[in-house]
Ligand binder design. Sequence first.
Ligand code: ADP
Length: 345
Amino acid sequence: MLRLGLTGGIGAGKSTVAETLTELGAVVIDADRIAREVVEPGTDGLAAVVAAFGEDVLDEDGALDRPALGRIVFGDDAKRQQLNGILHPRIGARTAEMVAEAPDDAVVVHDVPLLVENGMGAAFALVVVVDAPVDVRVARLQETRGMSVEDARARIAAQADDDARRAAADVWLENAGAAGALREQVERLWHERLVPFARNIEHGEAAPVPTDVVAPADDRDVVAQRLAARLAVVGGERVRRVEHVGPGAIPGLPAPDVVDLLVVADRPGDELAEAFRAAGFPRTGPGRHGSADPARPARVLVLDGKSRREAKRATAIVEARDRARRDPDRVAADPAAVRAEVALP
Ligand code: ADP
């Protein structure tokens, strides 16, 4: 199963992409809808909200009066936390239930409007962002949802900016043009990346690692940090640190297009290896993982921070990287030697 997060600013086309993915066979889980469902009349969620905030949060029909609740928690951190304490566990449980019901080879799409704003990218094996220029979004919102220009602009301004979304995105879908062009991008993404990605996770197979040396891409470190954050999140407390290492971690050094990561964990074992697989990093050997994403090859070396010998190895790898980073002249003069020095053992 591949779990991906889908997001985008209001009016960018996120719902349109979710619909296309559903048609193609994805299991789409709508975070906003679940947030509403857990406080529908008759739920224990609504009962808990009423117990905490009083009968005034109900409308005449006994349903949640959102504006009334909003007025109570607005600007009051303690109350908002109390509300989140009621909602989040219930949203989490319902989400987990829906994920558990999906088949093993499924592409599960979490439709999360505020994924970037809430820093949730690392919780997914892949983040897909839909975007369109602000003017185009405003025009679409006016046309199809009857929003005023001012309202549309204010909502857009309150959300994450483009830079934050770009940093979070593994896949960027540009929806400035015709709806057909967006559909084509989504279909290609589905067949070329998502389906093989999900299959690789299911079978525990890693994407092949390229060996051709190429010019360094500008976003090499940003990409590596995204992958590192995923390993840290799924690894939980066991993981002490995740470092971007290898030739790709040296600015300006031409290298094969593969992300090398070093994980230092306390007594890593089968449980951690399985968690990494489910997050898109299948095991390729003892203490070794690869990437299940056919478009993003990676190598992960896991060392035991509690073993003196392995901790020393980890230190040596990080120190070799830092030496190379401090010496750009040498990187330029003898790239092949630097690649050999910083290569993962
Ligand atoms: P979001 O879910 O990101 O807020 P939607 O997918 O609902 O955005 O798109 C906003 C509106 O714009 C919808 O009515 C949708 O049908 C329309 N729309 C989306 N993409 C295009 C496009 N490429 N061309 C024209 N209209 C579009």
